[in-house]
Design a protein around this ligand. Structure first.
Ligand SMILES: Cc1cc2nc3c(=O)[nH]c(=O)nc-3n(C[C@H](O)[C@H](O)[C@H](O)COP(=O)(O)OP(=O)(O)OC[C@H]3O[C@@H](n4cnc5c(N)ncnc54)[C@H](O)[C@@H]3O)c2cc1C
Length: 543
């Protein structure tokens, strides 16, 4: 072949970096929330997960999607999902790092915050395998409703050994769990569940039931067990359903098919039917929704953490690209209008990081009443707002890469994966409206106003717009705590709390610009309209 042209002005992919070392915002947020936390082990994980071999696993696990085998060649039911080896490598890495249930067994301070930082970094490598990892983390408080099962399963759920084999719990080195709530006729309105749970005696794990029915969304069906909702004689109940029964027999769980999803391709999400499946009661019969939502609360935390991590990944790609790519005689990052876009994105990313980790910290400290109440309020606020901003953020960062942002190939393909992943964190575990309505419920518990005021107090006097927003808080809660205004209220509270956190964590250039844009209204309907009051150079230097 003749050489027709020289290839130049193309960008070297972002690889081989420390996901924590390159993220000042994450480091500073951790330092603010937990000054004594040793960040060195997180740096080691950051280097591992920013490495080229792990990036190759992430790409391969997405490209080679899971395959369902419903039957063996002899016609027997198998109900097994086959994954690419890279999926297993990623699962091994995430579980080996304790991103699943280990935090519950870690007596060291800040165990959940440390895990949250790890979760945020791993998301930047590959988010879909974190679905079963997140559910295995989140299940512990809900599972506590059955002490006998906890006694048998807690060690496996906290074990850092990844064991993908389908066999009885007692033979496994490590265990994972999922959850099944959503049915065809309704996911948000769980009262519409029709799956039936018929009493079937009792044994060492307590009251046993036989389940008949279905779940329309059932992610990570190769997990070892699931918490599911079903209608028992006393009403909707939370039940523990293992894939393999204690005697080694497969339980009556049929995987009908896998979902053909927009993104999240490495993770299998399935439709299942229960055919006389055996399950054990967790918590009080008839109070299943509140029982299983103890799990939902923590998966919502992970949606916020995951989106904040994806934002950081997308921002890193945009910064990497615009620093290398020249247009009209300059690096893109030095073009005044591109600076505006990148600086605005950097503000959004740092605010998301701060809010998501503040929530993780509150969960860590939930033995303190203020932190417990704050976690109750922050969960729907952070899940709503951070996830809502995710898709717009991904679109804008993709545009920073120009046409290369839209292709699947090479390092840039990560941008397309991020873009496809973003809407998911907003939809599952309670979509936006459900989160905004849940905030209203949270505001009715205890003295929510006092809790928010206490949280914001250290930021008083930093910025006039922040002070005004704090002064308006009582009226805001009074006037806007209605279903038709709940989204607006969630947005206002998110921005206020993010601004407050940034004044404590970030350099002045960051919080000044955040308050001017998000609170004082010097902003636009798209990213990149910060205006002359923002010190874009300082914001970008930190990003
Ligand atoms: C990839 C993927 C994996 C999933 N995995 C699982 C899983 O493992 N286990 C599981 O149980 N579920 C899973 N889900 C299901 C998911 O949690 C639900 O799709 C979600 O909760 C919404 O329920 P729905 O689809 O029934 O929508 P609907 O409940 O019909 O909601 C549709 C829309 O209406 C809004 N809405 C609902 N009620 C109100 C109201 N009162 N006021 C205003 N707006 C309202 C919602 O916010 C939403 O925007 C998964 C979903 C996806 C996409």
């Amino acid at each position: 072949m003749t050489v027709t042209h020289e290839v130049f002005n193309q960008v070297e992919p972002l690889s081989g970096h420390d996901l924590l070392g390159s993220d000042r915002s994450l480091q500073d947020t951790l330092r603010h929330l937990a000054p004594a936390l040793d960040q060195a082990p997180l740096h080691a994980l950051g280097r591992q997960w920013g490495s080229a071999p792990m990036q190759a696993h992430a790409r391969l696990a997405q490209v080679h999607r899971p395959v369902l085998h419903t039957h063996s060649s002899q016609g027997r039911r198998l109900d097994q999902v086959e994954f690419h080896p890279s999926y297993h490598a990623l699962m091994q890495a995430a579980i080996g790092a304790g991103l699943h249930g280990s935090a519950w067994q870690d007596a060291a301070p800040h165990a959940h915050l440390r895990r949250a930082a790890g979760f945020m970094m791993f998301t930047q490598l590959e988010p879909s395998v974190l679905c079963p990892v997140s559910m295995s983390y989140a299940v512990m408080p809900a599972l506590a409703g059955n002490a006998a099962i906890v006694r048998d399963w807690a060690a496996g759920l906290g074990s850092r050994a990844y064991d993908p084999e389908l066999k009885a719990w007692s033979l496994k080195a490590g265990l994972t769990m999922g959850m099944g709530m959503t049915e065809k006729q309704g996911g948000s309105d769980l009262r519409a569940n029709t799956t039936q749970a018929r009493p079937d005696g009792s044994d060492g794990w307590g009251q046993r039931f036989r389940l008949t029915g279905h779940k329309w969304f059932f992610s990570a069906p190769m997990c070892d067990a699931f918490l599911v909702l079903a209608q028992s004689p006393a009403g909707l109940s939370c039940l523990f359903l293992p894939r393999v029964l204690p005697d080694g027999q497969l339980n009556g769980l049929r995987i009908e098919r896998l979902k053909d999803k927009l993104g999240n391709h490495a993770n299998a999400s399935s439709e299942v039917e229960f055919d006389q499946a055996q399950a054990w009661l967790v918590g009080e019969e008839g109070r299943g929704v509140s029982q299983i939502l103890e799990m939902g609360t923590l998966t919502r935390l992970d949606c916020a953490l995951g989106t904040a991590g994806l934002m950081r990944a997308a921002l890193s790609l945009a910064l990497n690209h615009t620093r290398q790519r020249q247009a009209f005689g300059k690096a893109l990052i030095d073009q005044p209008l591109m600076k505006q876009v990148l600086a605005d994105l950097a503000l959004e990313s740092q605010a998301a990081t701060a809010l998501a980790l503040r929530l993780a910290h509150a969960i860590d400290q939930s033995d303190q009443p203020h932190e417990r109440q704050l976690a109750r309020l922050l969960t729907p606020i952070a899940k709503f707002w951070i996830c809502k901003r995710g898709s717009a953020f991904a679109q804008e960062t993709m545009e920073c890469l120009g046409g290369n942002g839209y292709v699947e190939e090479g390092g840039q393909g990560l941008m397309a994966r991020i873009y496809r992943e973003m809407p998911l964190n907003s939809i599952w575990e309670g979509a936006g409206n459900i989160m905004a309505l849940d905030l209203l419920r949270g505001l009715r518990q205890g003295d929510a106003l006092a809790c928010l005021q206490q949280e914001l107090a250290p930021s008083r006097g930093c910025h006039a717009a922040l002070d005004r927003a704090m002064d308006r808080l009582p009226v805001m809660l009074e006037e806007m705590a209605t279903p038709d205004r709940a989204r607006r209220l969630a947005q206002e509270l998110a921005l206020l709390l993010q601004a407050g956190l940034l004044t404590q964590i970030a350099p002045e250039a960051v919080w000044q610009a955040f308050c001017e844009s998000r609170l004082a209204g010097h902003w636009g309907q798209a990213f990149g309209m910060l205006g002359p009051h923002a010190d874009a150079d300082a914001i970008l230097a930190r990003a």
